[in-house]
Design a protein around this ligand. Structure first.
Ligand code: 13P
Ligand code: SF4
Length: 369
């Protein structure tokens, strides 16, 4: 969502300091009480990257696709307190009915990747790309993007994708048009297109800062245009990390999220969404060894849940996603106590004109998976 829309539609409030001094026991007791009081009127989805203290109270946990589906299916809850980041709460708002209110416990829970593509840059890029390639491009956007970008994509016949359906959605996109513009994560776009057999030398990069196409060859050969964005968490997994594991633990499986670079994904044994990573390790034999390349709250949870397997982070110095981490027990409780008093601070409201087009893109994805 663009800044003016946010200012107009979303009131940002900060949690009072007093929440920082309350004991965990007392806060947990209050969360339980309020959940019980509201029953099915309250729904708390939690992304896999959330802290344990929040996941513990989530009614559903999942990857981005599962949470989008859960939001679309839930017609009962009056209040959806979304434990994840801003773009996920926006998606939930757009997929729910008018009487359902979506709240984000801390408005500072953004996503650095989603911030790497704004609508002005995208409009400028589209104009230039249309001049070069004509009407041959279909835009796709990773769900990790603002509602305005989703609306742009919807308006131009494209769809959203998540890391668990990107391959399917790219196949669909190629059945519609000759070329794809993939926003905003160059790595997910490159990894997925490569998996589908698109050679790297047929992929160009769109640089939103210089407003230029970065490509050495003949533009006629371009099949995929990758927006120059990335995840600042997943870019911290490197080829060096992989070489170290291969040298010190040669029988260890390496599994990474496709937001990692092509080099890292190419050298790994497996790559897939957070759900894919969880399911793979769950299904693995006891005694197997795993180096995992994804966010640290999830890696730590997987380690705890599988004491019969040796599991480490692919990068031993990895930190959690700082914006996901902004949602914690005090912020969750603050939001719930607000609801108890009839207050809906930190409500996410996507303007109707954006929702209309963005939902086209979301529904094209949901119909394809
Ligand atoms: P998943 O789609 O695998 O849940 O990952 C999304 C993500 O990176 C959240 O930012
Ligand atoms: Fe965004 Fe990366 Fe954090 Fe996911 S892990 S929310 S893509 S910054």
């Amino acid at each position: 969502m663009e800044l003016l829309d946010i200012l107009e539609h979303e009131k940002k409030e900060m949690m009072p300091e007093s929440y920082k001094t309350r004991s965990t026991e007392e806060m947990e007791k209050r969360v339980r009480e309020i959940k019980e009081k509201f029953g099915s009127r309250l729904y708390i989805p939690g992304h896999h990257y959330q802290k344990d203290e929040v996941v513990k109270f989530s009614d559903v946990t999942g990857d981005s696709l599962q949470l989008a589906q859960a939001a679309a299916e839930n017609k009962d809850a009056e209040y959806i307190v979304f434990c994840g980041v801003h773009f996920m709460a926006e998606t939930a708002d757009m997929l729910t009915t008018e009487h359902q209110k979506v709240l984000l416990p801390d408005m500072r829970a953004g996503c650095s990747m989603a911030d790497m593509a704004d609508i002005e840059q995208t409009d400028r890029a589209w104009e230039k790309l249309q001049n070069v390639f004509g009407d041959t491009i279909l835009p796709l956007t990773y769900v990790n993007s603002t509602a305005a970008i989703k609306a742009f994509v919807g308006k131009n016949g494209g769809a959203t994708v998540t890391s668990s359906n990107a391959k399917k959605m790219l196949e669909w996109a190629f059945s519609q048009k000759q070329r794809i513009l993939f926003l905003p994560d160059q790595h997910l776009g490159r990894n997925t297109a490569f998996d589908l057999g698109v050679p790297l030398d047929k992929m160009a990069i769109w640089n939103p800062i210089s407003n230029e196409l970065e490509y050495d060859g003949n533009p006629e050969d371009v099949v995929v245009i990758l927006w120059k964005g990335h995840c600042s968490v997943h870019e911290n997994f490197t080829v060096k990390n992989i070489e170290h594991i291969r040298k010190t633990e040669p029988d260890m499986n390496i599994i990474v999220h496709p937001e990692c670079s092509r080099e890292v994904v190419g050298l790994s044994d497996y790559a897939g969404s957070t759900k894919y990573i969880i399911d793979m390790i769950e299904a693995a034999e006891p005694g197997t060894k795993w180096a995992v390349g994804t966010e640290m709250n999830l890696v730590n949870r997987i380690i705890q849940q599988h004491p019969d397997k040796k599991i480490v982070s692919l990068n031993p110095f990895m930190c959690p996603c700082l914006t996901m981490n902004r949602i914690d027990l005090p912020h969750l409780l603050w939001t719930l106590e607000g609801l108890e008093k009839g207050e809906t601070s930190n409500r996410i409201v996507v303007p109707e004109h954006i929702t209309q087009d963005a939902v086209l893109a979301l529904n094209r994805m949901l119909a394809n998976v």
